[in-house]
Design a protein around this ligand. Structure first.
Ligand code: AMP
Length: 418
């Protein structure tokens, strides 16, 4: 083929769409139950929005964005949804009507990463954000909701890793403690971590290299250095998660790849074997400074993003059912070309009555049409031959029971419905 799709992108074919729709429907149902409203946003934003929120010294902003144009006109495909959603919340004055808003958005995000199983350059997120409060009950609520969603789609094998990342009040002191503890071991660490030491020392805690992991296992943890605001907040979140039976694990070394997080951070991991290293099916946290950072008032917020492709992989691992929906479909089969006009009238009548209907447009034999009807999953076939044409009726066959009867066009929709 002369044209191929760009590396790291996928065509989501009709056979797979059923699963995608199922997932999105379940997400909408759960998010709605918890009071979240849907919002739809541009796929690209001004680059400086991402630089300002996600952080200049993060992998995402430094290396992974698809960026076009210069200066004030420079835009990037969104590498995540939160920044654009907060921008929209402020730009549309939603915070003035009602500061506390729960919003969600579903759609693609783009990162120029090295593609592998579970990691692509265009991927899809279910993004959920609760804006306008610092209440720790909301941290617990949003994590409980994520857990409920995973249970609902059949991803039972998951674990939620929780930590606090502190705030601008307590983080600087911990940064120094961490740097001091790491400094004697710097030479033994990987090159990437040596670079991170000055620029973004917390990311060292996240390094997957054995040598670095051995060193960070011994360093002081942030949860012992939280301030009088972050400490009790974290305790309350942990208490609530325990009380509501969320399968969570505290890990004081969990850091996230985005700078805007404060206090609670979490990641949801699929514990099925098949996902390999890309087993994070979601992640999120609180970002109490971001609304103000982007020009709004001092308001707290928390959110998460789940990765659709990885959830589908996890569902496959667990053989999760995607609930086949029974549809009332009629496939009209004709003996020859003479019946075509009438067949067209029949399918249009059915569709008008709200019933899915299809016929053959390719001049296929009756046998081939019956085969196509079978393959389509139609519940009924409606066969039209010369006698049916003459008295404006069809021979309606229930594909499941094999039962057949002649039905006049006038009452066909009614008969199918019954
Ligand atoms: P992050 O905010 O980077 O943790 O992203 C949230 C979720 O999006 C992750 O837990 C993944 O499930 C998903 N995700 C992030 N990057 C990718 C990618 N390159 N390919 C597929 N899924 C991704």
């Amino acid at each position: 083929m002369p044209y191929k799709r760009p590396q790291g992108t996928s065509d989501i074919l009709p056979e797979e769409i059923k699963k995608w729709r199922f997932l999105e429907e379940q997400a909408r149902e759960v998010f709605d139950r918890y009071g979240y409203d849907e919002i739809r946003l541009p796929l690209f934003e001004h680059t400086n929005l991402f630089a300002r929120s996600i952080g200049e010294a993060t992998d995402i902003v430094e290396k992974e964005m698809y960026t076009f144009g210069e200066g004030k006109n420079q835009v990037s495909f969104r590498p995540e949804i939160t920044a654009g959603l907060v921008r929209a919340y402020l730009e549309n004055n939603m915070h003035k009507q009602r500061a506390f808003r729960k919003l969600f958005s579903i759609g693609p995000a783009f990162r120029h990463e090295r593609p592998q199983k579970g990691r692509s350059r265009q991927f899809h997120q279910l993004d959920v954000e609760a804006l306008g409060t610092i209440d720790p009950h909301l941290d617990a609520e949003i994590i409980i909701m994520a857990h409920q969603f995973f249970k609902k789609v059949g991803v039972e094998n998951h674990e939620i890793i929780v930590n606090s990342t502190g705030c601008p009040g307590c983080r600087p002191a911990y940064r120094e403690v961490l740097k001091k503890a790491l400094s004697p071991h710097l030479a033994k660490m990987c090159e990437n971590c040596q670079n991170r030491y000055e620029r973004n020392v917390f990311r060292i805690l996240d390094c997957k290299k054995d040598a670095c992991k051995k060193i960070t296992a011994e360093t002081p943890v942030i949860t012992e250095h939280l301030c009088s605001s972050c400490g009790p907040h974290h305790d309350k979140v942990i208490e609530l998660l325990g009380k509501y039976n969320v399968p969570f694990k505290s890990d004081a070394r969990l850091v996230r790849g985005l700078d805007y997080y404060t206090k609670t951070v979490f990641e949801i991991i699929s514990t099925s074997d098949g996902l390999g290293s890309q087993n994070a099916i979601g992640g999120g946290g609180r970002y109490d400074g971001l609304i103000h950072e982007l020009g709004g008032p001092e308001l707290g917020a928390i959110g998460f993003a789940l990765g659709v492709e990885r959830i589908l992989l996890a569902m496959g691992e667990e053989n999760a059912a995607t609930a086949d929906q029974e549809i009332n479909m009629v496939y009209v089969v004709t003996r020859g070309d003479e019946e075509k006009d009438f067949a067209f009238e029949v399918i249009e009548g059915l569709r008008n009555a709200g019933i899915k209907a299809e016929m053959n447009y390719e001049g296929k034999s009756m046998k081939a049409q019956m085969k196509a009807a079978n393959k389509s999953g139609a519940r009924f076939t409606a066969v039209i031959g010369p006698s049916e044409l003459e008295n404006r009726s069809v021979n309606l066959k229930n594909m499941e029971t094999g039962e057949e009867k002649k039905v006049e066009l006038e009452i066909l929709a009614e008969a199918v419905d019954k």
